[in-house]
Design a protein around this ligand. Structure first.
Ligand code: F6R
Length: 261
């Protein structure tokens, strides 16, 4: 696992956007994995900027979203499909239908989850999966206790996640859905490159467990320690509890220019 510590989210966004730009240059029909929430927003701003500048095109790319709330009306602004439309899709040039998400409005969620798994496989799998991390160590919405081999499925959200996400619902806990559809940890682990971004002191404990703790379903993101190509990009505050922070900084500073993320 490579750990990159930068001053802030803008600096992290440049490094991640470089990796996406390089991927799309090599493979214009690449498959991206998209996260929602606040963590990837600086990355999406940077990608939108580069698209506007003519440096990057998503016209042949496809993408799969990590997760979705169950039960929010189709036009709810916090439905992840609408969030990703607002934060990224409306600003770049994905073809119509090129971006899919788990169907939180399906009448049969289990069948919808199986269909979603199949769609990812039929697309050839995800080349680069962008991830955030919850304060309780979840990735996508795989809450603590999730099987490390789990696949896309409906799952209840923990109280902590609903409390953390209440900020997107006018701080009204009752407005936060209790159920989600999420890619599983096994689904995420099948992506070829995992790129996790985390910012702020509030994430520092989850980041310490992710990078330096034992692999455990109690901190679901720790499964990434088993991935052959995982990159974790942090600001100083999120990195504050890492024991080997100096080593990660030295390794990044010494990284040869030819070596990619
Ligand atoms: C969202 C997702 C979640 C978030 C996590 C952190 O698609 O997969 O795992 O990345 O809850 O949320 P933020 O970035 O809002 O702190």
């Amino acid at each position: 696992m490579e750990v990159v510590i930068k001053a802030g989210d803008r600096e992290v966004a440049v490094v991640v956007a470089d990796a996406v730009e390089q991927l799309l240059a090599d493979k214009p029909d690449a498959v991206l994995g998209l996260a929602t929430g606040s963590s990837p927003l600086a990355v999406y701003d940077e990608l939108a900027r580069r698209h506007e500048a003519g440096r990057i095109s998503f016209a042949r790319a496809r993408a799969f979203m990590l997760d979705e709330y169950v039960g929010l009306p189709a036009d709810h602004p916090e439905r992840y499909r609408n969030v990703i439309e607002r934060e990224l899709l409306s600003r770049v040039d994905f073809a119509p239908g090129a971006v899919q998400g788990p169907d939180g409005l399906a009448t049969d969620l289990v069948v919808a989850a199986e269909d979603y798994e199949r769609a990812i496989v039929e697309a050839g799998g995800v080349d680069l999966q962008l991830l955030g991390i919850g304060t309780n160590g979840h990735i996508a919405f795989n809450e603590p206790g999730s099987s490390l081999a789990s696949r896309t499925r409906p799952l209840p959200l923990t109280e902590q996640t609903r409390r953390d996400n209440a900020r997107f619902f006018d701080d009204d806990m009752d407005a936060v859905p209790r159920l989600c559809m999420t890619q599983g940890l096994g689904t995420i682990m099948a992506a070829r490159h995992l790129v996790l971004v985390a910012f702020g002191t509030v994430k520092s404990q989850a980041v310490r467990e992710l990078v330096e703790g034992p692999v455990s379903a109690s901190w679901p993101a720790t499964v990434m320690q088993h991935h052959p190509h995982a990159t974790v990009l942090l600001d100083e505050a999120a990195a504050a509890q890492l024991e080997r922070a100096d080593y990660y900084r030295e390794a990044w500073a010494a990284k040869p220019g030819w070596q990619r993320l």
